[in-house]
Each structure stands twice: as structure tokens, then as C-alpha cells.
Design a protein around this ligand. Sequence first.
Ligand SMILES: [Ca+2]
Ligand SMILES: [Ca+2]
Ligand SMILES: [Ca+2]
Length: 843
Amino acid sequence: MKNKFFLSAAALIMAACTGADTDSGFILNEQEYFERQGVNVLVYSNLFTGGFNDEKTSGIELIHHGVRTAQGGAVRLSHTPEQWDLVPATTSRTVNKTDGSIEVSLRYEDYDFDSRIVVSEKGNAVEIAVYLDEELTEFLVGKAVFNMEFLPSQYWGKTYIVDGRPDRFPKYAASRTTTLPNEEKPKQFKGYRTYDDRGTGRFVDPLPLESGRSFLIAPDAPERMVAVSSPDSDIMLFDGRMLAQNGWYVFRSLLPEGKTGKVMTWTVEPNAIEGWIREPNIGFSQVGYIPEQPKIAVIELDKKDKPLARASLYKVTEDGSDVKAYTGEVESWGDFYKYHYARFDFSEVTDPGIYYICYGDVKTNNFIINNNVYDKITDATSDIWIPIHMNHMYVNENYRVWHGEPFKEGYRQAPPSTDHFDLHHQGPATDTKFKALELIPGLNVGGFFDAGDFDIETHSNISVVENLVRAWELFGSKRDQTFVSQEQRYVDLHRPDGTPDLLQYIEHGTLNLVAQAEIIGHMAQTLSNSVLDNYHHLGDAGSLTDGLPYNPALGPYEVAADGRSSGVKDDLWAFTSRNPQLDFSAATMFAAASRALRGYNDDLADRALKQSKRLLAEANELMSANPENGRGGRNGNLSANLQLYVSTGEKQYLDQFDKSIWPMLEQNVNIAMMTALDAIPYMDESYRERLRPYVIKYKEYIEGLELDNPYGVPIGRGNWAGGGATLNFGTTVCFASKYYPDIIDKSHAYKTAEWFFGRHPYHNYSLVATVGAARPKEVFYGNNRADFSFIPGNVAPGLLFRHPDHFENYDDWPFLWGQNEGTIGGNTSYLIFGSAFKNLIKD
Ligand SMILES: [Ca+2]
Ligand SMILES: [Ca+2]
Ligand SMILES: [Ca+2]
């Protein structure tokens, strides 16, 4: 990025600064957004195209003194849009540089409803106008609105003034609602409903907190103050949290009945603090440093900030005072998107102790330099986060119950041709011996919750077992802090039971996956919710369903006289369309699991190996019968062949591996390197030598990252932050350095650890909940997110990129999964990275 982008970026910044310096109000900059110093107004730089419908990251967005505080800015069909309410498609976006405006066309296909929004700069404000070419249909009158949504955590407790009347934004949702007949509810995503109407036939509709022509939002907080007014429409304020905990404060105006042309106008004037410069963000490892490692803080600076020449390190002494331990130069790195970066290298400080960094007026929190700082980096993940995510178990921790035993009623066959809300699909047939909605007995055993939701994603549960087996075989941790009883279906944290936890977790994952293979005959895509109104469940997983199988003979909400069935349609479904690629991955995992389980649970080891061989044979047959089935699975097949060779010692698998690995390395060394390194313990010296030139090529990739960004790690720019890829990179570097220390210097491995522990853009908090840091992140998108909390050991995906130039990670608002949701796949990858990293630095 740096080299290719540097010149043009510098030119852009100069252009942008010329306008901002004189503060002649907003300019429409080269990045196609409206800019004043401290204020960015983005107009459909990010579209409503996220995989999960309304992700609260699209439309007209306000980045106010560095924080993205408002979004939405669309024609919507309800007072307080929820995630699964319909979002408009953006059919066109036109940037008009000459008159400083951006126009977008929006369309709701379901209602054949088109509208246009034009945003223009008007000095210190932007004007937002809505145009209709046709009058609203009868159904849309009173529903179609223009809205903008403001982030509650940035506004609660602050004041507002509406037409001269002062009031305060509520900390918690406690206003009024009404109910309306279901026929009046606009359609939701794929025809699902977010709510359970309890048999009333009516849905809940929030009532406004306030209404007026002119709102002054947060006059008490200059960095958040925004004036919103309309000459032609009443603006209403709603609290979106009345319907959904992740709702925002919604300002909205109804589009008028019977009108076309310019039907509504708002003026939005975000306050810009005069002379505001964003405070430097000093990125460093909150967990600390071992004495020998490189120690380079990365300082993120406002582009109008001038880097200081020097920074200092202070040591906290044993009498409680502090002394200056080191002063060194701050070196400019260059620009990366909208900020400027500099680095402060204090590697020469090796004396164990407690330190903090001072850069100008900014003093960081403390960190430790000592040989033990990384010793505990995986403990919270392995002792707390992973066991809490064990499905079909009661999980206890001291005085606290994390959840009761979920899904006692088991799983039903998903009906054919079902489009699911969590991106699954049941094909035209069941591919099983079960009839639609028939109970599939025996699946409610083992397995791990996917993430902030409670489903079993088969492909990620497969990767979890693989990760756990790798941790077991490569690092041999016999750690035992968890009591697990499959017989009692009971887990107790902090209670050793004489069995290594890793073995118990491998067993737990394998139990569910073997049950799928044995009972269904192949792997299910997912075991997931059948109704949307319990998919967004926040609370005890044991209360997500009623624990009783659905009985169609009973009325809705009725429980049978014997208490053993109910008329509640809440049972989860198994999505069973056969995917030979998934069976292939399962075969690999079963082969690995059988090795780990041998001697601990021989029966399960046998069953896993039997399913491995059967699924492998059947998957190969299905894939050769239809080559389409084999698409995109080359890397999967590669690791499968390696695992099967390791488990069986059969040469055919080795030959197959050898045939595929070299072309893969030729094609993309970064992607294939980890699998190639995985094979080293099982191969001879000639393999290691043949791999050597590719490791040299991989080193060039690592060094290229130093030019791409100031952090030297791969940084994802997708709709889900790139933490997973960064972890995989870190793990690959650890193994490459372990096997080829003469090529890959150990120092490269620290970069991934530093990224996760605080050296990254936006803020400098550790992305791993509670781990060894003075300032870990405090809110995550876990299943306790409604409490603005975390589950210890969770790893956030991290820095979410918003186009065209903004990275963010909210630490006061947990609800954006793309930046705050730890997954069972990701967190077990962190376990591997952490183990490999600890192992490498111990050498
Ligand atoms: Ca899921
Ligand atoms: Ca144990
Ligand atoms: Ca049930």
C-alpha cells in the first residue's frame, strides 16, 4: 500500500487540507465524502449489501471527531428498523463535483418502490433532500420515512433541545409502545418474523420520544453536537432499543402522501470544534514485552498533527515514583488511509519492570517487560471461553450459571427448499431418510455454540476439533482446570477432574460430529434455529427453546398434560443437504480426532475413524461423479490427504499430498504455506529442502507487509474484520521460524501478538478479553452482549474497515458483529497461535 499509494495519497491530502484550512465549510473531497476538519459525512460509501441485512454500517454516515456516530440515512419502512427489516438496494450513486452533491437511487423490490436522495454541501451543513417520482402507495403511507440513526452509547446521558424544549437521551430503553395488526407490518427478511406475537396477531410498534421541526442534539458536548432541522417535515425521535437491544436513536420524517418531486428536506449541521486535532493513538503491546523482543510503538496521528521528534519511556519504581528510563527518536512511517503513522523504537530497554510511554502530553497506561508476560495468554480462552460455549451441557462457574442444558428436545429435519436467515439453505430434497419436520433423534449431544449465536455450524465445529487436535499433538498441553461430565451433562469451571481439558473438548466436539455422520449419514450444514424470533436470543441458552418437542396436536403455547411436549414451534432444525466437500473435511477431522482420542475414549476413536474412512470414500465417489462438487476444495483435500497419511500411514495419501502441494505453493505461497509446514514433522529431509525456496518467497511476502501498512501484518478490509487471517499469518510465521530459523527471523512473530494486544489503528486496547493487559477491550459481541460485557478469553475480529478510509472498533457498543464477535473457529485459532507463539519464544 505505502509505495504504490503514497504519492496519490499525499496529493489528495494536500487538496483536502486546502479547503479545511480556511474552514470554508464542507468540501466534497477526492475520496467522495463531505469533509471539514473533525467531521466526515459519507454518502453511500458503504451500501446496504452486508450478508446479514441491516448491519448499521451503511447509508449516510457521520464520522464525528474520529468516531462513527450516525448511520442509516435511507428511506426505510418502519419507525426503528431492526437487523432483518428490509433494506433498500442502491441502484445508482452519482457524485457531482461541480455542485458538491451526491445522489443515490434506492429501491425496494418487494414493494416496487423507488426513491432518490440528494445530499449537498451548504457551508457548515449538508442538505439532505428526498425525491419521489411516483406518489406513495396506500400501504406505504405512514410507513415510508427518511431516517438517520445515532449511536446510543455516544449520546445517552447527553441532552437535546427540540423546538426550544430541553430533554435528555435515556440510558436504557423505557419509553412507550403500542401494538398494531400483523397485516400492517412491512415484510421482513426472507418472510421471517423477528417477533413472537404470543398469539395476539399484533406486533409492537414504538411511539416517539419527541417530535419537532428542529433538534439540537448534544449541545452539552461540542464533539457530538449536531443540529437537525426541516422546513417542511416534522422530525420524530424514537428509541430503537424498544424493539431490539442493538437499536439506535432514530430521527425520522414521514414521506408525505400524494406528493412527487422534492418531498422532504433536512439540514444537518454537525459541530466542528475549531482547531480540533485527534489525540494520538499510541499502539503498543498491552500484555507487555519479553526483554529480548523488538519493542516498537506505532503512533497514529491526525493528518494535520505534526509528529514530535522524541518520545520517552518511564519506569515505575518500587517506591511508587517513576523515572525516565529511555528517550528515543520518533520516526515517521508515512500515511495509511486517513492518518499519518510514526514509530517509536525502545527495543534497547530490556530491564524487567513496569513502564509507560510518554509522547507529548499523552501518557499511556502501564505495561510490563519481563520474561513471563506471555505465559498466560491462552488461559482465559481455554479455561473459560471454550467451556462456556459447550452445547448440550449445563455450565457452572462458582456461584454463577452460564447456561442450562440447551435443546433437550433435539433437532428436526429442515423442510426441503428452505432459505435460512443465517445464510444456510436446505435444497430441494432432505438427502436423508427423515421426513420434513420429523425428529432426528440423537443429535443433541456435544458440539460448540458458533459465536454470539447458539447454532452448531458444522464446518466451524470441524475446524474447532482440528484446532484442538493440533494444540494437543503439537504442544501437548495437559492443562486441567475444567470438570466435564458427559454423563451428567455438566461442566464446572475452575474444578480439575484429572483429565486434560483439551481431550475433553476434542471429545465434546467429536461427539456431535460423529452423531451427525452416523444418524444423518453425512454431515449437516448446520443445526440451527427454525424461527427468527429465537435466533436473536440473548440470555441463557437453556431457555432459547422450551426443551419440549413440538406436538402438532396441541394448540400454540399449550403444554401437554403429561408435560412432555408442547405446541410451541421453537425446535431447532438440522439442515441436511449433502455437501461432499464438507464430508471430506469431516473425514480429515475424524482421522485426526481418532488419534487424539485413542487411549482416552477408544469407542469414540473407533467410531470417528470408521466415519472418516466411509465419508472419504463416499465423498470421493460423489466428487468424481460430479466434478462441480469438487470446486474450491483443493486446499481442503490437501490437508485431508496429509491427515489421513498421518493417521493411516498409507502411501496413497502421501502421494496425493505430494502431487498437490507444489502447484499450490507456486500459485499462492501465502495460502499454501501453513499446510506445507504442517507436513514437516512427517516428511523427510528432502521435503524440507524442497520447501526452502518457497519459505524464502514467503519471507518476501512478510517483508512486503512492512511496506503495506505501519503494523506489518495482513489487514483485512472486508465486511468482517480480518482478525482470522491475521491469526493464521501469525501461526504460519511461528512455524516457519521454528523450522527455518535461518530464513524467517523470530522477530516477525511478535507483530501478530502486538496487533492483538493493542498495536493497531483506532484505539490501543487488547482485542482479547481480560488477557494480561492493563486495558483490554471491555465489550464484545458475545451471547451476553446485552449487558455490555464480555466472556473472558474472547478474541474480537478487530478493526473493521469502512470505505473509503476508516478503521473502527467500538469499545462502548458491542453489537457490531463484524468487529466484536468472537467465534469458536476464531478463538480456537487463537489457541493455536498463542500456543505456537509461546512455544517459539521459549526456544
Ligand atoms: Ca451462526
Ligand atoms: Ca479436565
Ligand atoms: Ca420445543
